[in-house]
Design a protein around this ligand. Structure first.
Ligand code: ATP
Length: 391
């Protein structure tokens, strides 16, 4: 979306969210999408059979690769774009045909979309003025928002005199004073440097805790997803892959896509075969083997333990254990290619058979052969064919 277009949208949004401003609200703000589809006029399918239930006052982070449909989802919720199928409900009421101005939503973009010729104060106050609110009341609201956001001393500055972080705070202030039920944030921090991003992450989380609103936050930064969300919705190709708490998504990824998308450095995924042998299961990967206790596979379909079906195992770099070279324990042999020094840890890139794997360790590792094993409680198993988690 270009800047001009954004400014228009924001102008529009500032005024529409205000309609709700002095209405005594019930404190409900739940959102449901039921089998939603969005196909653009050019035939591009941006969302397919998308269903999600977001509870009152959740902070839901929408993550996924570029072009997966994140912004489309926000635009549908804001009412700026129409679903081509399915239902969108706010507090249980279908809103597909409700105009944006009649939904209690506000959008915050990465480009802030501030009016350059207005002071921070006037940018925050703009929508309230348009709505005809009393000047004194506006003053109270603007100052209250500025105080929460720590920009009281910047209120007379124009956007060009402000830093990126301060501009984003002004944009948040403008959204706050409109008192929406739903805060929709589209990559709001992606223009900021790493330090400011960390600061603003904390500030948005604090804001969320103070306000009685539901937050839907789009990002492709997984640190934001992991640290800010009460739940994360992972999308790929317009399809919801998993919707769960950050911990569940990290520890129990629903499929290979989620496993590799969430976590940095990425989870190692290795083609393998499992074969039940007595009370053990033989895991063969990269032409080497490990024996695992059968109990680990309770509930796993027998066919995956037959030795005839491809299974992808997943192990995060920090869940690989480096063993002493002379170990008696069962182990896998790897050849260290190179390593990166991270200060308190090392990232080691090594060859396991023909595959490159990454190991995160606090040990000093030099080039050469290493004996490793996996923390078996942290192993993930996926169907090689469908990608789904088989446990
Ligand atoms: P990014 O992270 O790059 O912003 P996104 O996940 O927000 O991407 P969307 O902007 O929702 O993705 O786009 C989803 C898909 O729909 C993309 O393939 C995109 O090319 C397509 N798309 C988006 N807007 C339109 C449009 N107005 N007309 C046609 N296709 C569109």
């Amino acid at each position: 979306m270009c800047m001009g277009e954004m400014t228009n949208v924001n102008k529009h949004i500032d005024s529409f969210s205000l309609k709700w401003y002095n209405i005594s609200r019930s404190n409900m703000a739940s959102l449901t999408l039921k089998n939603v589809y969005k196909e653009y006029d050019n035939g591009k399918k941006a969302l397919s059979d998308f269903s999600i239930d977001i509870a009152q006052k959740e902070f839901v982070v929408i993550v996924g690769p570029s072009g997966c449909g994140k912004t489309t989802l926000l635009r549908l919720v804001a009412g700026l774009s129409k679903a081509t199928g399915g239902e969108i409900l706010m507090d249980g009421v279908v809103v597909n045909n409700v105009k944006p101005k009649d939904r209690s939503v506000t959008l915050v973009f990465q480009n802030y979309a501030l009016f350059p010729y207005m002071t921070a104060y006037d940018n925050i106050a703009f929508g309230l003025k348009i709505a005809g609110m009393d000047k004194k009341e506006i003053d109270v609201k603007v100052k209250e928002a500025a105080k929460i956001l720590g920009i009281e001393s910047e209120l007379s500055s124009k956007p060009r005199e402000l830093s990126g972080g301060q501009c984003q705070r002004v944009a948040l202030g403008r959204a706050m004073v409109s008192n929406p039920k739903f805060f929709l944030l589209d990559e709001p921090l992606s223009n900021l440097d790493a330090k400011l991003r960390a600061e603003m992450r904390a500030q948005i989380t604090e804001l969320y805790e103070k306000l009685d609103a539901t937050f839907i936050y789009v990002t492709h930064d997984q640190v934001e997803a992991m640290t800010m969300g009460t739940r994360i919705a992972v999308i790929d190709g317009g399809v919801l892959q998993q919707f769960d708490t950050p911990r569940r998504v990290y520890e129990h990824p629903a499929n290979k896509f989620v496993a590799s998308f969430i976590g940095s450095p990425e989870m190692n995924l290795l083609d393998s075969v499992l074969k039940k042998e007595g009370d053990k299961v033989r895991l063969t990967t990269c032409r080497q083997k490990l024996y695992l206790p059968l109990e680990m596979f309770e509930g796993v379909e027998e066919k995956f333990l037959s030795g005839n079906i491809g299974v992808t195992i997943g192990i995060r770099p920090e869940d690989i254990i480096i063993l002493p070279k002379t170990t008696d324990a069962q182990n896998l042999k790897v050849n260290v290619k190179n390593s990166e020094f991270l200060g308190n840890q090392m990232l080691v890139h090594a060859m396991l058979g023909g595959e490159t794997i990454t190991i995160k360790t606090t040990e000093q590792v030099t080039k050469g052969k290493l004996a490793i094993t996996f923390d078996i409680n942290k192993l993930h198993f996926f169907s090689a064919k469908s990608g789904r988690n088989i446990r």
